[in-house]
Design a protein around this ligand. Structure first.
Ligand code: AHM
Ligand code: MG
Length: 332
């Protein structure tokens, strides 16, 4: 790690982003602004989430609340907040969101960036007060500026990400991101309205003894994955599955472990989405020294063909992911 890039714990996110930019003499500041826009939206969404129980916003989308206003689910609210922040910021020409079928054109035709995001992942956990998250990836557009973002701009493979991150709304709210120079985590201090550097230069353990998957579906898993899970049980590993990707991923990133969402009998391509779940976390885990594959192929090298494409995900500590690949090969 380049010493010039090291900043002390307690540095605010704004200062951190600014100082990082100074380390790259030709940077124009647009990516920095874009990261700040995301952090602002995260603060707003965090506020909404913390008030969810009070404001009765957790109900089904389409209902009316007591004032007769349209009631919105938190994932819809988060989608609106992030899009608004990115539109107002001006750096992004187009957005892919889990909440919307088509490409969202921001109208900022001069914007050089594309954002892919899941504004609020783990929606089934929202109503029961379990940690949820926002996941995002940032790409440079491939087309010339001056017009809308194209499908080609949006369907770049994961190796072309220039930044990725997530926000976990948990016992504390954290923003973790990478621009390809290591991974840093910031914890939100609500009374000051600031994210502070709390987890500098995150390096994930080479191995661990936690496996996270929805074992209820094991009968439909590929043989290689079934065998790996037997191996985890025989080795006395702990099973930990929140069912909220960001929360499961975050724990494993810090403590070591593996998260698996394989292809299943019902979902042959798995459940998770390549563009705003798998690629984003793959970039982060690789930057932290871990690995992300489908069980047979590196996630970031998958050539995307659809905005909402799904793929199996095996992600976490490098040695554990390697082991899964061994089991998969043995059954190929
Ligand atoms: P979502 O994007 O519809 O919220 O689904 C993604 C979530 C992940 O957060 C989580 O890891 C997974 O789905 C859980 O799925 P399952 O209930 O099949 O285990
Ligand atoms: Mg999701």
């Amino acid at each position: 790690m380049n010493d010039k890039l090291a900043l002390p714990v307690g540095t605010t996110l704004d200062r951190f982003i600014m100082r990082k930019q100074e380390d790259f003499p030709y940077a124009t500041g647009e990516l920095s602004q874009l990261l700040r826009d995301i952090a602002l939206a995260a603060k707003i969404v965090n506020r909404e989430i913390n008030r969810a129980g009070l404001l009765d916003v957790t109900g089904a989308y389409g209902n009316q609340n007591v004032q007769g206003e349209e009631q919105q689910k938190l994932d819809v609210i988060a989608n609106i907040r992030f899009i608004r922040a990115l539109r107002n910021g001006g750096e992004v020409c187009a957005i892919i969101s889990e909440e919307e079928e088509d490409i969202i054109q921001t109208g900022n035709t001069k914007g050089k960036y594309i954002v892919a995001m899941d504004p609020l992942d783990g929606s089934s956990n929202i109503d029961v007060n379990v940690s949820i998250g926002t996941i995002f990836s940032i790409y440079r557009r491939a087309s010339e500026t001056g017009c809308d973002g194209t499908l080609e701009d949006c369907l770049q493979n994961g190796t072309r990400q220039i930044a990725a991150g997530y926000i976990i709304y948990g016992s504390s709210t954290m923003l973790v991101y990478t621009t390809g120079h290591g991974v840093n985590g910031f914890t939100y201090e609500p009374s000051l309205g600031e994210f502070f550097l709390s987890h500098p230069n995150i390096v994930t353990p080479r191995t661990g003894n936690v496996y996270s998957c929805n074992e209820g579906g094991i009968n439909g898993f590929p043989e290689g994955i079934k065998n790996y899970i037997s191996y985890c049980r025989d080795s006395g590993y702990s099973a930990r599955y929140i069912g909220s990707l960001v929360a499961d991923f975050h724990r494993n990133l810090l403590k070591g472990g593996i998260y698996i969402y394989p292809s299943t009998a019902k979902a042959p391509n798995g459940k998770l989405r390549l563009m705003y779940e798998c690629n984003s976390l793959a970039f982060i885990v690789e930057q932290a020294g871990g690995k992300a594959t489908t069980g047979t192929q590196r996630i970031m090298e998958i050539e995307p063909t659809e905005l909402h494409q799904r793929c199996p995900l095996v992600i976490g500590s490098a040695e554990m992911v390697d082991k899964v690949e061994e089991f998969m090969k043995a059954e190929a």
